[in-house]
Design a protein around this ligand. Structure first.
Ligand code: COA
Length: 378
């Protein structure tokens, strides 16, 4: 008798050296380095190198990797044309998925996906081009021309520049850079698993990433940050928080931004993002929705902490991005711009010692049925 585990909860699907999570203690490490340390001392490009290649880069490695990513930010005009053909009210995650899948046609991974040179350049291209796609789509749908990337700007600066046409203040870019570090990797989550299933067929990395983008879109995964903001707007005021949460809980509905399959304490990334939101609010003024968010956390602690349901990363990321002037439906694409690193790190690991994912299901349907001719069916 094979045991069925819904959602594969707790079932190991791979061995990895990429990241470590202790959900009871609220610990997350990338390649053995605590997320708090990386958020304080590192930057996103350095973190990407660490996750992909297993060690912090030395000066020469970092300069080369950073220069390669900067040099590959441009996207082909045909990708821009493709984005222009998409409906302007479509979700940017769908546009991102389509554009990433199309990228693979421009850079076919000829030969071996296990070749380190192929892996390096695919990773460089994907990390470099995702922000350009996201920013281009955001502008094109509102009728503006896309802005070409600038290779003299940092990863976060360049993204905000391509989105708004203005080079952001350092604080703004630093906060986005830290948010990207926090979202870059998170052990065996749904989108990483989806990417790994695709990777296990030895499909090219663009197909791997487009699978993962599709999975990240769902509201139970990356899409939650957008929904948190919708929820705060719907609640509208501090006084309405308690009845709103009580009603949701009574109807057994999930409150967005709370709970996590692994964390049984407050998500350590949420703790860091909360600190970042304070820095942003000190500089640019508090968000009107912040008191509502704080009240949701306070009341949820009261009502749900017994079930070990606490704020997750998505609880705070929305309010941070909103203060940066970013539209809500770009929150998940920004998550993808960061998580592409984790997907690629697991892709590299997967193909090194590949085993095609082919689980089983437990059949519960009818068997040995007779074919009834059409005229005799009612
Ligand atoms: N709001 C209210 N109750 C919640 C909750 C939430 N967000 N998350 C979990 N719970 C409750 C469940 O109702 C369940 O209660 P019960 O035992 O009385 O039935 C209990 O906590 C366990 O929940 P379960 O759904 O089994 O946990 P899970 O590990 O399958 O769920 C998530 C994890 C992330 C899917 C879930 O917490 C969720 O849907 N959260 C909202 C979406 C979100 O923010 N996603 C981003 C994750 S980073």
């Amino acid at each position: 008798m094979i045991e069925y585990v819904p959602g594969l909860s707790g079932v190991p699907v791979s061995k990895t050296k990429v990241s470590y999570l202790d959900g009871q203690k609220g610990i997350l490490e990338y390649r053995g380095l605590r997320i708090e340390t990386l958020a304080e001392k590192g930057n996103f490009i350095e973190t990407a190198f660490l996750l992909l290649f297993g060690k912090l880069p030395d000066r020469i490695e970092l300069e080369r990797f950073s220069a390669d990513v900067r040099a590959h930010r441009k996207i082909k005009f045909r990708i821009i044309d493709l984005i222009k053909c998409l409906p302007e009210n479509g979700h940017p995650m769908d546009a991102l998925q389509a554009a990433v899948a199309a990228l693979g046609m421009f850079y076919p991974t000829r030969g071996d996906v296990r070749n380190p040179e192929n892996q390096y350049w695919s990773a460089v291209r994907l990390i470099a081009k995702l922000p350009t796609i996201v920013a281009a789509e955001a502008r094109i749908r509102r009728g503006d021309e896309q802005i070409s990337p600038r290779d003299d700007l940092s990863h976060a600066e360049n993204f905000l520049y391509m989105l708004t046409g203005r080079v952001p203040e350092k604080l703004m870019a630093d906060i986005l850079d830290t948010a990207l570090i926090l979202h870059a990797e998170h052990t065996m989550n749904a989108s990483t698993f989806s990417g790994m299933v695709t990777a296990s067929t030895l499909a090219d990395p663009y197909t791997v990433v487009s699978s993962a983008v599709g999975t990240l879109k769902g509201p139970l995964h990356g899409g939650a940050n957008e929904e948190v903001l919708d929820m705060l707007q719907e609640i509208g005021s501090v006084q309405k928080v308690r009845p709103y949460l009580q009603d949701k809980i009574a109807r057994k509905e999930k409150i967005m931004g709370l709970g996590h399959r692994e964390y049984k304490v407050k998500d350590p990334r949420g703790v860091i993002l909360q600190g970042l939101s304070k820095r942003l609010f000190d500089r640019y003024g508090a968000s009107v929705l912040y008191p509502v968010l704080q009240e949701v956390e306070r009341v949820a602690e009261e009502l749900l902490s017994e079930k070990k349901v606490h704020p997750n990363v998505d609880f705070y990321s929305g309010i941070v991005y909103q203060k940066m002037g970013i539209e809500a439906d770009l929150f998940t694409p920004i998550f993808a711009m960061a998580r592409v690193v984790g997907w690629l790190a697991h892709w590299i690991e997967q193909v090194q010692d590949n085993h095609l994912f082919r689980p089983v299901d437990i059949y519960e349907g009818k068997r040995e049925m007779e074919y009834v001719p059409l005229e005799k069916r009612d």
